[in-house]
Design a protein around this ligand. Structure first.
Ligand code: AMP
Length: 219
C-alpha cells in the first residue's frame, strides 16, 4: 500500500519496552509524516562508536541494560532539538523516566504518546533475533526481516551483528528496567490525556495502520 507523505507539526512520543517495535514504526512515521526522528539509543550508540566523552560514560550503563543518567540524556536531547529548526519531533526511546518527561515538557509541547504494548515472551523472541548493520544501522530480524544474503546488509553491504544488549541476560535487565523506571510514564501521560495504547504484538503493518489512524484524527 502506498501512503502519501504528510507534513505535520505534531510532537510525538513512542513509548514501549525493549522489542516493542518502536524503531521499526519510527522509521516509517519519520518518512511518511516528515518528522524529525530522535532515537536516544541510536545517538548513544553512535557516541559509543566514536568514543566521545558521552559515549565513554554511557557505555557501561548500556552494556548492563541500565539507563544512562538523566542529566546526560536531557542535555543530549536538548541539543538535538536545538539543532533542528523544523517542527514535528518523533521521540523514540525517550523519555524513559519521569524526570526526562518533565524536562521534555519544559522544552516543547507533546501532542500524542503512542504506547506499544508487547509481552515479555514476544519481546525476548524478537530481540534475540535482531541483527543490525554495523555500517548504516539498518535493522534486520531473523524471524521476519532477513537480509537477502545472510549476514550482509541489503542497503550498504555492511556486516550484520547482534547488539551486545540483545543477548538474553541483558534483555532481561532491560525489561526489568523498563517496568521499574519507564512504566510510570504510562500513568504520567494517561493523567495528561495524551496516551493511546496500541497492541504491538500484531505485525508491523497492522501496528503502523493503527498508529496512522490515530495520527490522522489528530492532524
Ligand atoms: P534503545 O536502542 O532505545 O533500546 O536504547 C539502548 C540503550 O541505550 C538502553 O538500554 C539504555 O542503556 C540507553 N538509553 C537509550 N535511551 C535512553 C534514555 N532515554 N534514557 C536513558 N538511557 C537510554
Amino acid at each position: 500500500m502506498s501512503i502519501a507523505t504528510k507534513t505535520v507539526s505534531l510532537n510525538l512520543v513512542l513509548l514501549g519496552g525493549p522489542g516493542a517495535g518502536k524503531g521499526t514504526q519510527a522509521k516509517r512515521l519519520e518518512t511518511d509524516f516528515s518528522l524529525t526522528h530522535i532515537s536516544t539509543g541510536d545517538i548513544l550508540r553512535s557516541e559509543v562508536v566514536r568514543e566521545t566523552e558521552l559515549g565513554l560514560k554511557a557505555k557501561k550503563y548500556m552494556d548492563e541494560g541500565d539507563l544512562v543518567p538523566d542529566n546526560l540524556i536531557i542535555k543530549m536531547v536538548e541539543s538535538e532539538i536545538e539543532r533542528h529548526s523544523q517542527e514535528g519531533f518523533l521521540f523514540d526511546g525517550f523519555p524513559r523516566t519521569v524526570g526526562q518527561a518533565e524536562a521534555l515538557d519544559d522544552i516543547i509541547v507533546i501532542d500524542k504518546v503512542i504506547y506499544l504494548e508487547v509481552g515479555r515472551e514476544e519481546a525476548v523472541r524478537r530481540l534475540s533475533a535482531r541483527r543490525v548493520c554495523e555500517n548504516c544501522g539498518e535493522n534486520y530480524n531473523l524471524l521476519f526481516k532477513r537480509s537477502s544474503e545472510e549476514g550482509i546488509c541489503d542497503k550498504c553491504g555492511g556486516s550484520l551483528y547482534q547488539r551486545k544488549d540483545d543477548k538474553p541476560e541483558v534483555i532481561k535487565e532491560r525489561y526489568d528496567t523498563f517496568w521499574d523506571k519507564t512504566a510510570p510514564l504510562i500513568d504520567y501521560y494517561v493523567e495528561r490525556e495524551l496516551l493511546t495504547r496500541v497492541d504491538g504484538e500484531q505485525g508491523p503493518d497492522e501496528v503502523y495502520s493503527r498508529i496512522r489512524s490515530i495520527l490522522d484524527i489528530l492532524g
